[in-house]
Design a protein around this ligand. Structure first.
Ligand SMILES: Cc1cc2nc3c(=O)[nH]c(=O)nc-3n(C[C@H](O)[C@H](O)[C@H](O)COP(=O)(O)OP(=O)(O)OC[C@H]3O[C@@H](n4cnc5c(N)ncnc54)[C@H](O)[C@@H]3O)c2cc1C
Length: 390
């Protein structure tokens, strides 16, 4: 039976970063991915400053920047009146980070570039199309089974997404709830920056239906926009995905009738859940396998990458026989996700959908006051960028 230092299950952005970080520490690593190619449907793209610092240390930053878009600012708008309420500028974080901006790079690009690096390393192995079906562990090894092979390792990182086989095999609860509405992502070539004067990350608040606008480079690097909407709670999937409903949504974000074509639709259920444990023996959970949240604020995937980073450093010490408190991973990362990701994303969502006019007016006044006050502006960004605790 093959024996490795680390097996990573799942070649999403978190698993690939975990595998690359462990391999760069010099350990033997096998990355197992169920699919034969990396899913390139529109998912996360916002990469926060501390994550960029990690990608720089992994030697990926130049390539990452070359296929993404730098976004220094983000804005809040009142959608019904088409008014800019406040703008926040990451340039205020100069001195706190080498990357005072976010980068919008689609997550499949990160996974593919990390896989390409792993394939060039002698101590790393990437196996696509090999689904993990079972895990067993003893005091000194973990055994991972796939339909094709059985591999033994010192440690296993389960980065196999929200429906994690690894988490289920360990009998770990995924505590939390699912929101009644779904989120719809419409990808379009319509240029919102030119038409509305908004920036590349724009949050449009509206009592009935909010919209978040993001520009990404696209695989052709020609640029496209993703407009994310909430559905009505009683809206059926077929209705939300119907051409008429999609065009109506585009009309509500001021796209002229003749330009309401779209490239792609993505409708998905949104959850707030955290695994009751992030570690069992020699097996650890990372990324969506450990927690899922609504995407408002671009925090979940960033947090997952920070976990991959933290865990690979701990496993490196343990594999070198140095003093490593492996319990520190769950002790640190679980409360951090609850406080900085779950709480913030729930609050972000509630603010976007506030219906009460007086509360909306108060919120807008608060945002403007915060943007105008240099100290509060910076404090807000430190938290929003996960720099306060990364
Ligand atoms: C439809 C959708 C849209 C989203 N949109 C946004 C967004 O707009 N903004 C945002 O910030 N976040 C968004 N997210 C969340 C974001 O995509 C995730 O946080 C991110 O993908 C987490 O990365 P990950 O590597 O932990 O997991 P994933 O990206 O889910 O990767 C897990 C990998 O594990 C593989 N796998 C699963 N089971 C096995 C197995 N048994 N054996 C081997 N491999 C396995 C899967 O094939 C997959 O490649 C979205 C998520 C979804 C599902």
């Amino acid at each position: 039976m093959q024996r490795r230092n680390v097996i990573v299950v799942g070649a999403g952005p978190v698993g690939t970063v975990a595998a690359l970080a462990c391999a760069r520490h010099g350990h033997t690593v096998t990355l197992l991915e169920a699919q034969t190619r990396i899913d390139d449907s529109p998912r996360a793209s916002t990469t926060q400053p501390p994550t960029l610092e990690m990608l720089a240390e992994l030697g990926l930053i130049e390539e990452y920047l070359s296929v993404g878009l730098v976004s220094r600012t983000f804005q809040f708008w009142d959608r019904p009146s088409r008014q800019l309420i406040a703008e926040f500028d990451f340039a205020r974080l100069k001195g706190e980070t080498s990357f005072p901006y976010v980068v919008q790079t689609e997550q499949h690009k990160l996974a593919n570039m990390a896989i390409a690096r792993l394939r060039r390393m002698e101590n790393a192995e990437v196996r696509l199309g090999e689904r993990v079906t079972g895990i067993a562990q003893s005091a000194d090894a973990v055994t991972v089974a796939t339909p094709r092979s059985t591999i033994e390792a010192d440690y296993v990182i389960g980065a196999d997404g929200g429906r994690s086989t690894v988490r289920k095999a360990l009998g770990i609860e995924f505590e939390g709830y699912t929101w009644p509405e779904r989120f719809l992502v419409i990808t379009t070539k319509f240029d919102f920056q030119a038409a509305l004067g908004c920036c590349l990350r724009t949050y449009m608040e509206d009592p009935g239906e909010w919209t978040n606008l993001f520009k990404v480079a696209g695989d052709d690097l020609k640029g496209r926009w993703r407009a994310v909407f909430n559905t009505r709670e009683d809206e059926k999937d077929e209705e939300a995905l119907s051409d008429a409903a999609v065009r109506a949504r585009l009309s509500r974000i001021y796209v002229p009738e003749r330009e309401r074509d779209y490239l792609h639709l993505n409708l998905y259920a949104v959850h707030q859940r955290v695994a009751s444990h992030f570690r069992r023996g020699r097996v650890f959970l990372c990324g969506d396998a450990a927690h899922v949240n609504n995407p408002i604020g671009g925090l979940g995937l960033n947090c997952g990458i920070h976990e991959a980073w933290h865990l690979s450093a701990l496993l490196n010490r343990a594999l070198r026989g140095e003093n490593a408190d492996l319990d520190d991973y769950e002790k640190t990362r679980r409360p951090l996700n609850i406080k900085y990701v779950q709480e913030q994303t729930v609050a972000n969502k509630k603010r976007l959908e506030e219906r009460e006019p007086a509360q909306r007016a108060k919120r807008f006044a608060e945002l403007r006051a915060m943007a105008d006050d240099p100290e509060r502006h910076k404090a807000f960004l430190m938290r929003a960028a996960l720099l306060e605790r990364s």
